[in-house]
Design a protein. Structure first.
Length: 286
């Protein structure tokens, strides 16, 4: 799939709790030169159960209006459009994601909950099934730290690395590429491989300050801990099995436990970001 020139950043807007998502998504849309699409789903069954049918619809329109105003406050020149759809939110976002540049949602209260997270949580389902990268936003703003990306050497993780480089360049942030290895692996050899891989992808991003780190331990735990000081954490949906309808254990760990916004990079197998081996047809507007 190749993103079209008019592919948008879509926000799944469920309630006022998702307004922090709008702010973050507006910054992403402006940075990529994309329009912002605020999408809210409306349930007529619930409307008919309310005191008046008009009240839920009015609240939906007010939510869209407030979100659009917030987006314009963050990025005054941003193109913003709102839409209210009669459908379930999850099914609609999965369907729309196939033509989107980026999908942004809230984390459904996952971060810091300390509880077992159901697999049917919308952010988890979207991370597994969306047709484009997914940005999951937390309710609390992140620190002004580096951009963190987990790299395991798989083709999918290299796509995540290229997306992370682009992200760091737009934010003017340092990029930390982190590889987690087994206790019996040679960290020096892995660090050399990671440094070489990063060098191949930084040819057109010389302004980005980068750092390669290799640590031993459980990949999910190490990345979650590192993400505590990051402004955003990125990871491939599944390193060694980048198929649809799957999300790997490391991506799940970040979604469940990272306090930082998380980008799960998927849907990019044939539309990599700008880099030394970029294919034809990829839109490079920023």
């Amino acid at each position: 799939m190749t993103a079209s020139a008019d592919a948008e950043v879509i926000v799944g807007l469920g309630s006022e709790r998702d307004l922090p998502v709008v702010r973050q998504a507006a910054l992403e849309a402006a940075g990529h030169g994309r329009a912002l699409h605020l999408l809210h789903t409306f349930d007529w069954h619930a409307a008919f159960a309310a005191d008046t049918v008009a009240a839920p619809r009015d609240r939906a329109e007010q939510l869209i209006a407030r979100a659009a105003q917030l987006a314009h406050q963050c990025e005054p020149g941003l193109t913003v459009r709102g839409e209210i759809v009669e459908s379930g939110m999850l099914a609609t976002l999965i369907r729309r994601s196939t033509a989107a540049f980026l999908l942004a949602v809230g984390d459904s209260g996952m971060a810091g909950s300390g509880q077992c997270v159901p697999a049917e949580t919308p952010a988890v389902q979207l991370a597994a099934r969306a047709g484009c990268p997914l940005l999951t936003v937390r309710s609390e703003p992140p620190p002004e730290g580096p951009v963190l990306v987990g790299v395991d050497g798989s083709p999918s993780s290299h796509l995540a690395l290229r997306w992370a480089l682009d992200c760091a360049a737009r934010r003017g942030a340092r990029l930390v590429a982190l590889r987690v290895v087994e206790y019996d692996e040679d960290t020096d050899a892995v660090a050399e491989q990671l440094t070489e891989a990063l060098a191949r992808h930084t040819a057109d991003r010389p302004e980005v300050v980068t750092e390669c780190r290799v640590e031993r331990g459980d990949p999910g735990e190490v990345l979650v801990e590192a993400s505590r000081s990051a402004q955003v954490a990125l990871v491939a949906a599944r390193g060694d099995e980048p198929g649809r309808a799957m999300v790997g254990a490391v991506a799940q760990s970040l979604l469940y436990h990272s306090p930082a916004p998380v980008v799960v990079v998927r849907g990019l197998a044939t539309k990599p970001l700008a880099g030394p081996d970029v294919g034809p047809g990829w839109d490079r507007r920023h």
